[in-house]
Design a protein around this ligand. Sequence first.
Ligand SMILES: Cc1ncc(COP(=O)(O)O)c(C=O)c1O
Length: 406
Amino acid sequence: MSFDVNAIRDQFPILQRQVHGKPLVYFDNAASVQKPQKVIDCINHTLTQSYANVHRGLHTLSNEVTERYEQARKTCARYLGADEDEIIFTMGGTDAINLVSYSWGMENIGEGDEIILSLMEHHSNIVPWHFLRERKGAVLKWLKVDDNGAIDMNQYQSLLSDKTRLVAITGLSNVLGAAPDIKAMAALAHGAGAKILVDGCQKSVHGAVDVKALGADFYVLTGHKIYGPSGIGALYGKREILQDMTPFRGGGEMIDCVTQDIVTYNDPPHRFEAGTPPIMEAIAMGTALEWMMAQDIEGLQTHEKALTDYAMGKLSGLNWISLQGKGQEGKGPIVSFTMEGAHPHDVATIIDQMGVAVRAGHHCCQPLMQHLGVDSTVRASFAAYNTEQEIDIFIEALMKARNILS
Ligand SMILES: Cc1ncc(COP(=O)(O)O)c(C=O)c1O
């Protein structure tokens, strides 16, 4: 098996469409990726042939769909190197982190307890910890990052203490593409008696993960960035931690027994999946993960790195572009920059007229923007199906935008 970008592109029908009369160049992958035919077929098949509610019925369709839903959990466990009872389906990355904040944090974090998080976290991995600051008196301790997103491990060690309860850290920055050394950070967190939550929403997109080797206590992924649908994600939690956690949402499926006086709870992971789950979405995320695992992952990573290097090389040659993050070991395929004298929103709007889709804004990372001294950036992020030719079109589009805006 070898990586063939044209064979990959053929599997993504949306890449055939035009935008403003130009071929689509989709570089907004860190926001959400496009879906391969296999995932689209799975959604179609589920809704037209194999749909019912899960875990409830005694009829063929319900049994069939329950089997497929639980199969998706097994696939997700395989992708993350976990056991299936350690995988909770959530409504996405944000939902997974909120689950930890409510179910684990509300009970394990009190007045004066400390949570360490980095300045490059997405708001999804900041605001749920602010809730604990506001509601439980927790103290947030901020890990600085340099211009490339590198973490100062000395500062990290100096922040860790017997007051630290949790380290909440991204696996890959959605702005700078920087990838912290999670294994080293987890070992140090555990040495201080703290737990570590890894926001893997960006990192997990670029290859399977081994949560046990990393030493993560919690690991989060999201379906819509990993070639699957939106409205679905997964939370990995170590079995012994999940077993001690009380549920955050109450309702059907998560109980063992309900009477007028008491309620007892189901075992994990079902304890944390109240109500009818995103059934089709979970099954399709399983298909997306199967699709990923069937690819030449090394080839894919080499391809994405080559695209990133190519784009960084081209952008560095333009003296009216300022790159945010010049790159570091393990950088993901995400490039952020500003254009001299132009607002990022204007740049994105103009290049959209040439068929190029990028993201512009603060990328849900306001503390990082404040740290970098910018309000917003333009972000181009690459996926398996992108090509160097598309980067050439993007650079040409930027040059035209520069002429219009200067
Ligand atoms: C690093 C990171 N964490 C969390 C999220 C939120 O994930 P979701 O959209 O599934 O809620 C995102 C989405 O942009 C992200 O980039």
